[in-house]
Design a protein around this ligand. Structure first.
Ligand SMILES: NC(=O)c1ccc[n+]([C@@H]2O[C@H](COP(=O)([O-])OP(=O)(O)OC[C@H]3O[C@@H](n4cnc5c(N)ncnc54)[C@H](O)[C@@H]3O)[C@@H](O)[C@H]2O)c1
Length: 571
């Protein structure tokens, strides 16, 4: 294991020589396919204007947005390794620090304020863009740099490598000499760095505020303390369920206590595990617990640690209490990681109807750590695969083909392939959610609603069998097979394609036996909250025209009955 498959991010004061050293470092690392990227140059290219103009015309906030986008691009540069020279202020945004930690090694190029000031002055004299320092005297410049260093030092100190460099462009050591010293320092810390968890970061766009999603082994325990520190709260409330509390609660609590010390108090609320606990009573229990520990909007943060039930109910409770406590989701099931935690929907079941009450309330951050899946029972894992295949079926033939090839391996158990399939599902989900966050359709066309493929029949079966007999994912799997069958029966889907879908989905086992009747399922089907039409004999449904081509349509009572009959032959 080595650090040479990771990006190297040079951080530090303006004038630290990050670009000069970075260029030389990339040159020394050419044989390992490293390229050099100057983040400021990337930003100028993307904005099509100079940094100075971005600052003067759009302001610093806009500049920081460009900076994060450029950083995300560098972090996801597939196949390329990069030495990235960053701007001095990149570390002020927690998200930027998280992106750098997840995709590479942040290296603090530490220079004296005197040297930094000398280099910045030289840049200004040579007409290089330094908008923050324009027009300053040498003394003012030193004062400003000292202030910046004092404010940013805690962030620079988070770097994995602290490289003390003097006179980067002066007479003592050349940038090439410094780059070569840096290389030696990197080799010395090789093992420690190589063992650090890697993760990828996606940005979810939302009208409530964009939020990052980190995906990678070990990212939850590593990133949560950083996220909490950045939020500035003094109280953490972990909402989890009894199973997850027993398996993973202690590890997370210990990691938080070790990292945060007395900075925050820590409370844990463990609810009943499974769908049976996703009801109004549990919701009120959580709200009471929030009140008992005097949670407040500005001082408390809810961490939802668990599957879709936990993120759904904790999200709803957090949204209702004081009109919104901030949340971070740490999903621990495949359904949670590939689907439920993403997109901002919260809910509980009520009056025997699935997800009858709920809100849209996205978290501030999602940390997806696939290693949690190692303790997940096989049956739960298989249920989760249903949602993963759903994303391919409704939106992407190429993803379906890849999944179809891997289906036996995926059914056997968790391996490295899981991180990829979770990433793909999250990307797919985000594309629907971002186009239609509140599921209202887009220009008269269904968008987010397409995600309900298989769910209308599935939810009806889940309600009719009593929540908990079949797992949510199992009912979705059966619902998708019923919807695919109906698509074929109505000549939207060719017989061959339907057979292909049946063949692949048939590999995902369903162990439970159910006792229900067609009329019980039909009755639940008619009560589904996603009904669109007021005509009793018509039902709104998502069907398929092909693999990767879902569409919304209306079906008759008789067709619904036939599809339900077919679904019940499968269990
Ligand atoms: N909000 C959304 O957009 C959305 C999307 C899909 C599903 N959902 C909801 O998600 C729920 C289903 O999610 P789920 O399948 O994650 O259910 P779940 O939360 O009940 O978890 C399933 C079981 O796995 C256990 N478990 C969780 N993590 C574990 C781990 N790492 N190791 C061992 N056991 C673990 C739980 O204790 C539980 O018994 C449904 O209520 C569904 O409505 C919501």
């Amino acid at each position: 294991m080595t650090w040479r498959n990771r990006n190297l991010y040079l951080i530090g004061l303006p004038g630290a020589g990050k670009s000069a050293i970075g260029r030389e470092l990339a040159h020394l690392l050419k044989k390992y396919q490293y390229d050099f990227v100057d983040l400021d140059a990337e930003i100028e290219q993307a904005a099509d204007k100079s940094i100075a103009r971005i600052f003067s015309e759009d302001g610093e906030t806009a500049f920081r947005q460009f900076e994060t986008t450029a950083l995300l691009r560098a972090a996801s540069s597939n196949g390329h390794r990069l030495v990235v020279a960053t701007g001095g202020g990149v570390v002020t945004k927690p998200l930027n620090r998280s992106i750098m930690r997840g995709s590479g090694i942040p290296i603090w190029i530490d220079v004296t304020v005197r040297d930094a000031a000398k280099n910045v002055l030289a840049d200004i004299l040579q007409d290089r863009d330094r908008p923050l320092f324009r027009g300053m005297s040498a003394d003012d410049l030193r004062i400003k740099l000292r202030e910046l260093l004092d404010a940013r030092r805690p962030y620079y100190e988070e770097a994995q490598l602290h490289f003390v460099s003097r006179s980067p462009r002066g007479d003592e050591r050349t940038p090439r000499e410094l780059a070569s010293e840096l290389l030696t320092a990197l080799d010395k810390m090789s093992l420690r760095v190589a063992l650090h968890p890697r993760f990828r970061t996606l940005m979810a766009r939302s009208v409530f505020g964009d939020y990052p999603i980190a995906i990678g082994s070990g990212c939850a325990v590593r990133e949560l303390p950083h996220a909490i520190r950045a939020s500035g709260v003094a109280q953490i409330i972990i909402v989890t369920d009894s199973n997850v509390a027993a398996l993973h609660g202690k590890t997370l609590q210990t990691a938080l206590t070790r990292a945060l010390g007395r900075l925050c108090t820590l409370q844990t609320i463990a609810i009943e595990a499974g769908e049976a606990g996703k009801n109004e009573k549990t919701l009120f229990d959580i709200l009471r617990a929030f009140s008992d520990c005097n949670a407040t909007r500005h001082n408390s943060l809810v961490v939802a640690l668990g599957g879709g039930v936990v993120t759904d109910i904790a999200g709803l409770a957090a949204n209702l209490y004081h009109r919104g406590l901030p949340t971070i989701f740490v999903p621990t099931t495949l359904i949670g990681q590939a689907d439920a935690a993403v997109g901002g929907k919260t809910a509980v079941d009520l009056f025997g109807i699935k997800n009858l009450i709920g809100t849209f309330y996205p978290p501030k951050q999602i940390l997806i750590d696939p290693t949690y899946l190692k303790t997940l029972p096989k049956r739960e894992l298989h249920a989760g695969l249903a949602e993963v295949f759903k994303y391919a079926l409704i939106g992407s033939r190429p993803i379906w083909d890849t999944l179809a090839k891997k289906v036996r391996r995926l059914v056997r158990g968790v391996d490295l392939a899981y991180e990829e399939i979770i990433l793909e599902s999250v990307q797919q989900k985000l594309s629907y959610v971002e186009a239609d966050e509140f599921e209202r359709g887009q220009n008269g066309h269904a968008t987010r609603e397409l995600l309900n493929f298989g769910h209308t029949f599935g939810h009806a079966l889940e309600s009719a069998t009593g929540f908990g007999t079949l797992l949510h994912g199992e009912t979705v799997l059966l619902g998708m097979r019923a919807a695919a069958w109906l698509s074929k029966e109505q000549n939207h889907l060719s017989e061959d394609t339907w057979r292909e879908i049946e063949l692949i989905l048939g590999h995902i086992p369903i162990k439970a036996r159910v006792r229900t009747t067609e009329s019980a399922v039909l009755s639940a089907f008619k009560r589904d909250k996603k009904r669109r039409t007021t005509k009793k004999e018509e039902h709104h449904l998502i069907l398929l025209r092909g693999i990767g081509e879902a569409f919304a349509t209306t079906i008759s009572d008789a067709d619904a009955r036939r599809a339900i009959d077919y679904m019940l032959t499968l269990v």
